[in-house]
Structure formats: structure tokens, C-alpha cells
Write a protein that binds this ligand. Structure first.
Ligand code: UD1
Length: 417
């Protein structure tokens, strides 16, 4: 298994281009199931999760073209095999995003339950409840959701909690349903807006994406379209947090600064100087950061996917940072690994109290999930000596060319096979 070897203690300098967003690309790829025409995508990141999704869609009869320079084409001329097997769903929870489109297009679907996930339970009850309200019959048999419907009907759905992929699944299903669907307490994440933009380009009638109430007027069929995937706000935030922790001056291009307000605010609190102009973010950091306290919330609050990276920053900050995780119940695994590097972190329930230490020391650590891996990379960049990160397949799921990008900024970072 590959590992990352990092020699820490250097500031980051230079320029890096942000990739397309994983969490926008995955649902948008599933939208290809809604039409028999081609969906032409650009700014698609080259990631393991994108490959897994292409594989899953191919198994269903979707012709998935190669991914070249961020461009790919998906065509579901016939969706023959509406099944998402456990082997793929267990490696990537976002596979559940095929459920709504399959049901809308084929009238049936068999999708494995995602099962336990390292960062919490992550049930899919809201996806099921919403589709049932639209007239689907769904049973759970042998670990699979078996769903059927003649034609889905528009419905008034009030979601019990804010779920990103739940909102996306229901929005895709409603796009082809008969009548109007009102989704209340919908997720407001920018990735939901990006999916709505793509669906609209395909002929869907959607209003209110990006607000808590989304109104979808079903249409009989959707057509092919071209769509450029939005920039990855979590990748952007990860690089920004790394600079705030390690010091230096970096220019990020191809970013969407307006999707990163909560992160930018925390990094400014930590002492970073940040300038935004169009799709460029410039960050400059000198000296030791100030500890930042935060609480994760659905968008536009502070993203749970940025929590681990900010914790890495707090480990060497002056002062104490208090981090409360409200979205996932078990998302502090990185704290134990950061402690191996010398961090002073106390966990009480869903709150971590991080007392900044003068410096971290390199050690061997283990990545436990995608964003936890990113926090360990940041910690490695600021630690004295050598840090070895094992199980970096987690990182490959969601970061494009991470070590090349950090390498270009002057970091000593190397993949060892
Ligand atoms: C998405 C993101 C993930 C991010 C998360 C929260 C993708 C592909 N992944 O995951 O990177 O960390 O949003 O911003 O976009 N829940 C239920 N029932 C449901 C659905 C969710 O109880 O039916 C709970 C979950 O257990 C969790 C919370 O709701 O506690 C939020 O989860 P959700 O927004 O659904 O996360 P994902 O969409 O899986």
C-alpha cells in the first residue's frame, strides 16, 4: 500500500490550480441516468471516487468515455441493469445517489445499503422517506433497498434533517416525476446548486436550489447537456489551511471564493491575510497562527469536511481552539493521530479542546478517512522531521494530485509505493 513521506517545516510558496469538486461531480455523473442523450462534463477531477462512480454507471449500461483533461462524456442510452452492488457502495457512500435517478428513469432500482462508515452511522432514511412520499414502494431485503414505482409523483416533502445527498437524490427523482415537488429543509450546499444548474441545462424545471425550499416541476423527459463542474471548495480550503499552518504565500486559481466564506473567516481569525479577486484567492501567513474555535454546521455554516484541517492548524496555534462537530458523531479519529505527532487534544463528546503546542514532531500515522488524511498532511507539513502517513488510499479518493500540488509549493512530500 502507498504511503506519503513528508519532511515538514517549510513555508509554502507559489501558485496552484483548484480542481473540480468531487461532491459536485459525483451527483452530476448520476444525473446522466436521467436521459438517453449524452451528458458532456468538464472540470471533472481525476479521483478514485470518480473512477468508482464511472465503473458503477458502466455496470448499469451507461457508456462512460475516458476522462481526459477534466472532460468526459456519459450516455445512458439504455439503463439496463439498475443495480448498485454492495462491493461498490461500501467503498463509496455517494453510490446511493443512483437510487433516485434509476427509479425515475427505469421505474425500479436495487441499491445496497451503504452500511457503517468510519465517520458515523450515516443512515439513508431521508432518501427512502422522500421517495416513498413520491409514490415509490421500497423494501429492504438482504442488505439491499429494492425500489419500484410506475411513475413517481410530485410531493410535498419536509426533510427531518439537512442531508446533502438526500436533497440531491430527491431533486433528481423529482425532475422526471409527474407534477410538482416541494422539498423543504433542503440542503443549501453549493454542490446542490451545481447539480440543479446541470439538471436545468438538461431541461429540468427547478427553483430555489441553494435555499431551504426547492421547487421542482417534473417534466416527461430530459435531454443531454454540457456542464462544467464547480471548483472544489474543500480542496481549496485544505490548501488555505495548510498555508495558514505552515506559513508562506500562495495563490489559488480557478477557485469559487463565494462558497468558502466560513472557512475564510476562520483563517482570517487565525491571522492569515487573504485577498479575493474573481476566481483567485491569495493567502499570506507570517508567524504563529492564533487558535480558531468553530462549530460545524450545514452550509453556509462551517463545513464538517474542513473540521479536521482546522484542527491540524490549531495544534500549533497560540491559545486554545474549541472544535464542536455537530454533523457526524464519530469524526475525531484524526485527533488520536495528531496526538502521535505531539498535539495536545482533549475530546469530550462531540467537542475537541486543542491546546496549541510550540511544535509537532514527525512520526508514523494512519489515515482513517478522507478529510482526516488531509489534516495529517497539514500536520506533516508543520511537524519537525519526517512524518509517514499510511493508508493514503483515503486521500486518493478525494484529492487530485495532492502531492504534486504541494510539491509545486515547495513542500517535501513524496509517495512511496
Ligand atoms: C455529504 C458529502 C460529505 C459531507 C456531508 C456533510 C457528498 C458526496 N458527500 O455527505 O462530504 O461530509 O455531506 O456536509 O456530497 N442523515 C440521516 N438520514 C439520512 C441522511 C443523512 O440521518 O437519510 C444524517 C447523517 O447521518 C449525518 C447528517 O444527516 O449525520 C448529514 O449527512 P448528509 O448531509 O446526508 O451527508 P452526505 O450527503 O452523505
Amino acid at each position: 500500500m502507498d504511503r506519503l513521506l513528508i519532511r515538514g517545516g517549510r513555508p509554502l510558496e507559489g501558485s496552484v490550480r483548484v480542481s473540480g469538486a468531487k461532491n459536485a461531480a459525483l451527483p452530476i455523473m448520476c444525473a446522466a441516468l436521467l436521459t438517453d442523450q449524452a451528458l458532456e462534463l468538464s472540470n471533472v477531477p481525476k479521483l478514485m471516487d470518480v473512477r468508482t462512480m464511472a465503473k458503477l454507471l458502466s455496470q448499469m449500461g451507461v457508456e462512460a468515455g475516458p476522462l481526459i483533461d477534466g472532460r468526459t462524456s456519459l450516455r445512458a442510452a439504455a439503463a439496463q441493469n439498475p443495480e448498485a452492488p454492495y462491493e461498490l457502495v461500501k467503498t463509496m457512500r455517494a453510490s446511493v445517489l443512483v437510487l433516485g435517478p434509476l427509479l425515475a428513469r427505469c421505474g425500479r432500482a436495487k441499491v445496497s445499503l451503504p452500511g457503517g462508515c468510519a465517520i458515523g452511522q450515516r443512515p439513508v432514511d431521508q432518501h427512502i422517506k422522500g421517495l416513498q412520499a413520491m409514490g415509490a414502494r421500497i423494501t429492504v431485503e438482504h442488505g439491499y433497498m429494492i425500489a419500484a414505482a410506475e411513475r413517481l409523483r410530485g410531493a410535498h416533502i419536509v426533510m427531518d434533517l439537512v442531508t446533502v445527498t438526500g436533497t440531491e437524490n430527491l431533486m433528481m427523482a423529482a425532475a422526471l416525476a409527474e407534477g410538482t415537488t416541494l422539498l423543504e429543509n433542503a440542503a443549501r450546499e453549493p454542490e446542490v446548486i451545481d447539480l440543479a444548474r446541470c439538471l436545468t441545462a438538461m431541461g429540468a424545471r427547478i427553483e430555489g436550489a441553494g435555499t431551504g425550499t426547492i421547487r421542482i416541476e417534473g417534466v416527461p423527459s430530459l435531454a443531454g447537456a454540457e456542464h462544467a463542474v464547480m471548483p472544489d471548495r474543500i480542496e481549496t480550503g485544505t490548501f488555505l489551511a495548510a498555508v495558514a499552518a505552515a506559513g508562506g504565500k500562495v495563490r489559488l486559481t480557478g477557485a469559487a471564493p463565494e462558497t468558502l466564506e466560513a472557512t475564510l473567516e476562520k483563517l482570517r481569525e487565525a491571522g492569515a491575510r487573504i485577498a479575493v479577486s474573481g476566481d483567485v484567492i491569495e493567502i499570506e501567513m507570517a508567524g504563529r497562527p492564533q487558535a480558531a474555535s468553530l462549530r460545524t454546521e450545514p452550509y453556509p455554516g462551517f463545513a464538517t469536511d474542513m473540521q479536521a484541517q482546522l484542527m491540524a492548524l490549531d495544534t500549533i496555534a497560540s491559545g486554545t481552539g474549541v472544535i464542536t462537530e455537530t454533523i457526524f458523531e464519530n469524526r475525531f479519529m484524526h485527533a488520536l493521530e495528531l496526538q502521535r505527532l505531539g498535539a495536545d487534544i482533549t475530546i469530550q463528546g462531540n467537542t475537541a479542546v486543542v491546546k496549541g503546542v510550540e511544535r509537532l514532531q514527525g512520526a508514523s500515522v494512519m489515515a482513517t478517512d478522507l478529510r482526516a488524511s488531509a489534516s495529517l498532511v497539514i500536520a506533516g507539513l508543520i511537524a519537525q522531521g519526517e512524518t509517514v502517513i499510511e493508508r493514503i488510499y483515503h486521500l486518493d479518493r478525494g484529492y487530485e494530485a495532492l502531492e504534486e500540488k504541494f510539491g509545486a509549493l515547495g513542500a517535501k512530500i513524496e509517495r512511496v509505493k
